[in-house]
Ligand binder design. Structure first.
Ligand SMILES: Nc1ncnc2c1ncn2[C@@H]1O[C@H](COP(=O)(O)OP(=O)(O)OP(=O)(O)O)[C@@H](O)[C@H]1O
Length: 259
């Protein structure tokens, strides 16, 4: 069953009199509760598509429905949680107070409160921040702040989480640790996640589906189902099946770059 359905969607930008066709004829269906990654060359429209799904931007042509409604209606009803590359944490609020902020703001207008189940303290403990509940953002490393940003989205009660390269500013080891923590939390809470990345291993490890995009204009060139068992642990990365997916995606991406 399609939860997010996109049909024949196109988006153009004009800058200094020049048109850029950022997205062209995009068709995609995303099931509720699935983890879907978008991967593709720089400028192929991944962030633009994410913003359109999240109701932050409108397409010129085509249709998009999220849960049967327009993205703007869903956005007004606080159905999206955003995780950018660097989370916006209020410096005068503690970690726990920052975690609770979306709930405080959103509860008034959200109609679907049944999804609002995740416990902020448990989530912080799950990402190793149990001892930092009352710390202020300035006392945290970049990786710790990013963990707060990710689990805050899970605690917000929003059923759809939009993550735009959330690990891109982190070092390799921190990134790996966060990837394992994210998969564990997602497998427990099963939100619909749209995840933009440049990292093939990350996309395979986390996702139910990987959407490969090509550029000029941005299009979907292939959707690959990742049929690896869950729960996914560190061991799966060493399996031949995992390796095969990585090779397959790398080849598909290389074709797009060379095309
Ligand atoms: N607000 C804007 N005004 C003008 N052009 C834009 C705007 N936003 C995006 N674009 C153009 O649309 C195209 C797609 O951009 P987008 O940021 O969606 O790509 P991306 O795949 O997310 O790139 P990256 O991987 O580098 O983050 C690019 O050519 C970009 O220059």
């Amino acid at each position: 069953m399609s939860y997010i359905s996109i049909s024949n969607l196109s988006k153009r930008f004009v800058r200094r009199g020049q048109w850029t066709e950022a997205l062209s004829s995009v068709d995609l269906n995303i099931a509720k509760g699935s983890f879907v990654s978008f991967i593709g060359p720089s400028g192929c429209g991944k962030s633009t598509l994410l913003r359109i799904i999240g109701g932050l931007m409108k397409a010129e042509e085509g249709g998009i429905k999220v849960g049967g409604r327009s993205p703007q209606e869903m956005q007004a009803d606080k159905q999206f949680g955003f995780v950018p590359q660097a989370p916006a944490l209020f410096p005068w609020r503690t970690v726990l107070q920052n975690m609770n902020l979306p709930r405080e703001v959103n509860k008034r207008s959200r109609t679907d409160l049944a999804e609002d189940e995740a416990d902020p303290i448990e989530l912080l403990q799950a990402v190793g921040l149990g001892d930092f509940l009352h710390a202020y953002p300035k006392e945290l490393s970049g990786g710790m702040r990013q963990r707060v940003g990710i689990v805050r989205a899970f605690a917000s009660g929003a059923p759809i989480l939009l993550m735009d390269e959330p690990f891109s500013a982190l070092d390799e080891i921190t990134r790996e640790v966060l990837m394992h923590q994210l998969v564990r939390i997602w497998e427990q809470h099963k939100k619909t996640v749209i995840f933009v990345t440049h990292n093939i291993q990350e996309a395979v490890y986390l996702s139910d589906q990987v959407v490969i995009m090509s550029s000029r204009p941005g299009r979907i060139s292939r959707v690959v189902d990742i049929d690896l068992p869950r729960p996914r642990g560190e061991k799966i990365i060493e399996s031949p099946e995992f390796y095969q997916y990585v090779v397959r995606l790398r080849e598909s991406l290389r074709e797009r770059w060379e095309a």
